[in-house]
Design a protein around this ligand. Structure first.
Ligand code: SPD
Length: 275
């Protein structure tokens, strides 16, 4: 079998990858979950028709969403991942020996189960005694945990359906409240070409809450537009992270040049965001 999977996230833009085999296809309590074997990108996870990760290019996403806030903070002990049930962010967080507890607040247990089964490259981070999985909605958990986490990673799907709330001012308020002073968060923050207005709203919301919000970007070929951005949210400047040594283990995407360059924005978008 060889078929094209086409993602139509926007009515004016589609992208496709060639698939060899469907490995899992189920309707969970929350979403349509598929794991497929692709021709070029290895295995991929697709949720409600949208590619979430592939074996070949997920590492750029996970390294960038995790290490930028982790390095800025220095030696974080308690980390929260909102979403992230596939384990890719968790794997990166656990590279830091300073981490004593990494809580993952994921709504869909099946994302965790099928990822453990199919994505061996994540190295089963769930087996690490520092990992704690909470299968629940992140809003309630954030409400119950003010000033608890030095780093929060919001590793979510796109703002569609149940995930829309994770891009709201209310969510950002709760997330910042759950950070310790000088803690840092990074959130999955969409695509400058397609989601300019949403990113502007989020930046404004972040500006009202912390001193040093900033947008940065990574190239991920299987995401719309070939990449995705992140919002860095903290009273600590992201540049602090440039002085922090990397945790042991090999980086695949992040290096000091990329770390700096990721915050450089194309002029049209820089103007929109920073004026
Ligand atoms: N447009 C797709 C964005 C997907 C972001 N979430 C990825 C989850 C990987 N842990």
């Amino acid at each position: 079998m060889s078929i094209w999977f086409t993602e139509e996230l926007h009515p004016y833009y589609r992208k496709g990858i060639r698939i060899k085999k469907i490995l899992a296809d189920e309707q969970t309590q929350f979403q349509h979950l598929q794991i497929v074997e692709t021709e070029f990108f290895g295995k991929a996870m697709i949720l409600d028709g949208i590619i979430q990760l592939t074996e070949r290019d997920n590492i750029g996403y996970h390294e960038m969403i995790v290490h930028v806030p982790m390095l800025a903070v220095g030696k974080p002990k308690r980390v929260l991942i909102v979403g992230g049930g596939d384990g890719g962010s968790l794997q990166q967080v656990l590279r830091y020996p300073s981490v004593e507890e990494a809580v993952v607040c994921e709504l869909d247990q099946r994302v965790v189960d099928l990822s453990r089964e199919h994505f061996a490259s994540f190295g089963d981070p769930w087996a690490d005694p520092r990992a704690r999985l909470l299968v629940r909605d992140a809003f309630g958990f954030l409400e119950e945990n003010p000033a608890q986490f030095e780093v929060i990673i919001s590793d979510t799907t796109d703002p569609i359906g149940m995930a829309e709330r994770l891009f709201s001012d209310e969510f950002y308020k709760l997330m910042v409240r759950a950070l310790t002073p000088n803690g840092a968060a990074a959130t999955q923050c969409e695509q400058p070409f397609f989601d300019t207005e949403l990113i502007k709203q989020i930046y404004q919301s972040a500006q009202e809450k912390v001193k040093h919000p900033a947008y940065y970007y990574a190239n991920i070929p299987t995401y719309p537009g070939g990449g995705i951005g992140f919002m860095y949210i903290s009273d600590t400047p992201w540049e602090n992270g440039l002085k922090t040594p990397y945790p042991s283990g090999k980086n695949n995407y992040l290096n000091p040049e990329i770390h700096k360059a990721a915050f450089a924005l194309p002029e049209f978008f820089r103007k929109e965001l920073y004026g």
